[in-house]
Write a protein that binds this ligand. Structure first.
Ligand code: SAH
Length: 382
């Protein structure tokens, strides 16, 4: 036996390629997959219905597929969800899942029920690289992007675990990509995931019910506007560059003037995009004064706006405080009077740390940022 033959003989038999996780394929990718294994394109919609609408992850149960095809699928593909590490229900009905990734990191997803809707808040990355000074996810540092399958798995798991509750009003009607991470720094996987959320053969959410939130990655906002139509939310938080540089450091790269221009371009790309949601975390004594409200009106002039005021959700060692109720109502009154549609976001799921900026997961930080935070940087009083 030659050396080469010997090597061939002792190598274990491995499939030529890793099985594809069908959970992360949008319609076009699913069609490619099926044509790639010599099947008809329409199989794509059949599979999507089984996975996302019926919640079936075992090929053998897909009884409108031939036995041969089921066997073939089991060979080339898989449908693999994340593992639920923790499942918490708040007294206000908010439900939060801590999900374990195959590499040992953890992310979080949150379901927030309201009278007229059920919103799922989804993570896009393991941690976040943007380092916003008031956000506890940012404190954790950054590890990696989530794959499309890992983003969609949050929707799949939430949809099916909520269905098991068998209670009215526990259905996902809206998805916001406002969990851990900056979705626009995980562009392709985010876009593909949004396509699956909106596909009639999957979750069928309308473009008004899917929101991608960004801290202001300007070039990616432009690309997003070119490839997909959904709602955009922009985390603004400050009305001048000096303060925004401090709160949202990506502002040093893409300052307010550029960000506002990108918002205008986004709005103009399609007339169905009626307005942009702006998020504004209110921090006591930092950005919650009447003059800030007036600056905000000036800054957003001409941009159709839905203003979301988010009273700061404190976390240990943040160095910031929540604004007084008075400050919030004074601020929102000024915006209202100027004709700006303004909503004060209620804190939900506080008892289970599910509120904005409290999602932390458990991640292995590759940016070593959390070490930096081990030393106080804001002259904390607590
Ligand atoms: N990176 C994206 C997606 C995350 S969205 C973005 O920045 O838009 C999460 C939202 O919660 C953002 O608007 C963020 O600024 C806000 N947030 C973060 N920490 C918060 C906190 N401690 N209290 C209230 N809101 C917070």
């Amino acid at each position: 036996m030659t050396e080469v033959q010997q090597q061939i003989e002792i190598q274990p038999l491995k499939p030529a390629v890793q099985p594809v996780n069908l959970l992360g394929l949008d319609r076009a990718a699913m069609e490619d997959f099926f044509t790639g294994i010599g099947e008809k394109k329409f199989r794509a919609t059949q599979l999507m219905k089984w996975i996302h609408q019926q919640g079936v992850v075992d090929f053998q149960q897909m009884n409108n597929l031939s036995k041969d095809l089921r066997t073939q699928l089991a060979e080339h593909a898989c449908i693999k969800n994340l593992e639920v590490a923790k499942d918490q229900l708040s007294i206000d009905g908010t439900r939060k899942w801590l999900l374990r990734l195959p590499d040992g990191n953890h992310i979080e997803a949150v379901f927030i029920p309201e009278d007229d809707r059920g919103t799922l808040c989804v993570s896009s990355q393991v941690g976040c690289a943007l380092d916003c000074s008031f956000c506890s996810t940012g404190r954790q540092g950054f590890n990696r992007n989530l794959s499309t399958a890992e983003i969609i798995s949050q929707v799949w798991l939430a949809a099916h675990l909520l269905e098991e509750e068998k209670k009215p009003g526990r259905k996902i009607t809206n998805v916001v990509m406002m969990g851990m991470g900056e979705p626009l720094l995980n562009f392709d996987n985010t876009v593909q995931a949004v396509r699956i959320m909106m596909d009639d053969f999957a979750y069928g959410l309308s473009k008004r019910r899917v929101t991608v939130s960004t801290a202001g990655v300007v070039p990616a906002m432009d690309r997003l506007g070119d490839v997909i139509d959904m709602r955009l939310a922009v985390s603004l938080h400050a009305t001048n560059d000096a303060l925004r540089n401090e709160l949202v450091p990506v502002n040093k790269k893409y300052p307010l003037k550029e960000l506002m221009a990108a918002c205008r371009r986004f709005i103009n790309k399609q007339n169905t995009r009626s307005r942009i949601t702006f998020e504004y975390v209110m921090l006591e004594g930092v950005n919650d004064r009447p003059e800030h409200a007036r600056e905000l009106i000036k800054l957003l002039k001409g941009i159709p706006t839905l203003m979301n005021l988010i009273p700061f959700n404190p976390f240990e060692g943040s160095g910031y405080r929540a604004p007084s109720r008075n400050a919030v109502s004074r601020f929102s009154d000024i915006l209202h009077k100027a004709g700006m549609t303004t909503v004060v976001r209620k804190t939900r799921g506080d008892d289970i740390d599910a509120a904005c900026g409290q999602l932390a997961g458990k991640i292995e930080d590759k940016s070593r940022r959390h070490r930096r935070f081990a030393e106080p940087r804001f002259g904390m009083e607590q």
